[in-house]
Design a protein around this ligand. Sequence first.
Ligand SMILES: Nc1nc2c(c(=O)[nH]1)N(C=O)[C@@H](CNc1ccc(C(=O)N[C@@H](CCC(=O)O)C(=O)O)cc1)CN2
Ligand SMILES: Nc1nc2c(ncn2[C@@H]2O[C@H](COP(=O)(O)OP(=O)(O)OP(=O)(O)O)[C@@H](O)[C@H]2O)c(=O)[nH]1
Ligand SMILES: [K+]
Ligand SMILES: [Mg+2]
Length: 438
Amino acid sequence: MSAMSDGTTIFAPASGFGRAAVAVIRISGPASPFLLGAMAGRLPPPRRLSLRTLRDPASGDVLDSALIVWMPGPATFTGEDMAELHLHGGLAVRSAVMAVLAAQAGCRLAEPGAFSRRAVENGRMDLTAAEGAADLIDAETDSQRRQALRQLDGVLGRKVADWRDRLIDLLAGAEAALDFSDEGDVDEAALDAALHVKARAIRDEIDVTLADARRGERLREGFVVVLSGPPNAGKSTLLNALSRRDAAIVSAIPGTTRDLIEIRCDLGGLPVIIVDTAGLRDTADPVESEGIRRTRKRMEQADLVLALRAGDYSTDEALPLPDRCILVSTKADLGSDGGGDIAVSALTGQGIERLLDFIEARAEAALGGGDALVTRERHRDGLTRCRDHLDRVLSGPALPELLAEDLRLAVRALGEVTGRVGVEDMLDRLFSGFCIGK
Ligand SMILES: Nc1nc2c(c(=O)[nH]1)N(C=O)[C@@H](CNc1ccc(C(=O)N[C@@H](CCC(=O)O)C(=O)O)cc1)CN2
Ligand SMILES: Nc1nc2c(ncn2[C@@H]2O[C@H](COP(=O)(O)OP(=O)(O)OP(=O)(O)O)[C@@H](O)[C@H]2O)c(=O)[nH]1
Ligand SMILES: [K+]
Ligand SMILES: [Mg+2]
């Protein structure tokens, strides 16, 4: 595959682009030991952090006094020769070192996900483990961290590999039966029955895995709570109170908020995204109209809508069903009873803790409660296709050729999940969503 066989050596900052005490630059590929030697003199012992003066090999200029590591392949993260430079984390130090690396023959800046891609292509980890590592970097809450670690550890990958191995055995049996079917010495009925029992067991296990109410995907993405209501209902004020941040502009002027404002919160370890929106009303202002259009779209996709009302005023707001929506009466300090499910006052703090507890309970019901295996649409799609092919295998008598073909497609669908069969553009898309240096 392309990235593996092009023989280049890649480098990238592995610790972000900001100012920091230490910046790590990661290098992978055949030129790693030469680059390290050229910049730091003789190579240190493998995998031992060593303090060296780094120089520009062309000019001899000193670049930094840094800790470096030399990691000979194949027992490395990517499976290739690797090195790390632990620099002083200043912008100028990092740029100077990266400019020197970029000037070396066969050496270039890595694209996003390139290290993980090489690790997968060299068989160091499967695709689901690489996704787990990427999710671990993106994890903002404890529950997300745990889920990502399980996937990095191979919990999903091993399960899929096991189903795939078992299906390959069935496929081998079916193909052997095809080859010998004209010799009359195979008991076809008995073979079919045995195959059906095993295929059904795998199909049922996949069905159990898929029947998870999308908990894994939702935990990755976060539980989305949208604040909606007429202008001046107190949406922006409530967003600020719930998130304990001064995130949104509040004013007595109706129509203050136009853009969606999303704040990511950690409620009891669960990722919750609270969205402030434009107040819903008829308006001739095209900017406000666009804000209202975005509000309605976000309400449709929300896990929970808090429909805010100050006093009893009416609105033409179309509300989702109660399982996804509660009425919140705002400005309770003004003594107005909006008749909602819960009354709050951002001014006095009344009801805010209760509302947070309520949101957390809803998030827990949607995202918590067990370890989901499927964490991306990509997994769900592959498992669903596999299950559908098995359903066809089980749906009754079929020509042996068709049965074998469905088994083959079922095997392939699982292979795509773990990355054993790579569709190049799928991999391009997947890895481009990773970090630089990952
Ligand atoms: N400095 C540094 N810290 C880091 C990483 C890194 O690459 N560099 N990691 C980057 O993701 C994570 C750790 N993950 C890693 C996974 C495998 C190997 C590795 O070298 N594996 C070899 C040898 C294993 C061993 O020593 O037991 C192997 O699997 O053969 C390194 C890091 C987080 N911290
Ligand atoms: N007394 C009282 N006033 C509040 C409370 N919450 C909001 N307000 C006031 O109500 C007005 C409107 O508040 P906003 O938070 O801007 O309302 P909004 O729903 O975001 O309004 P738009 O963005 O224009 O749709 C402001 O003057 C707030 O100070 C509350 O709990 N008590
Ligand atoms: K307002
Ligand atoms: Mg507002």
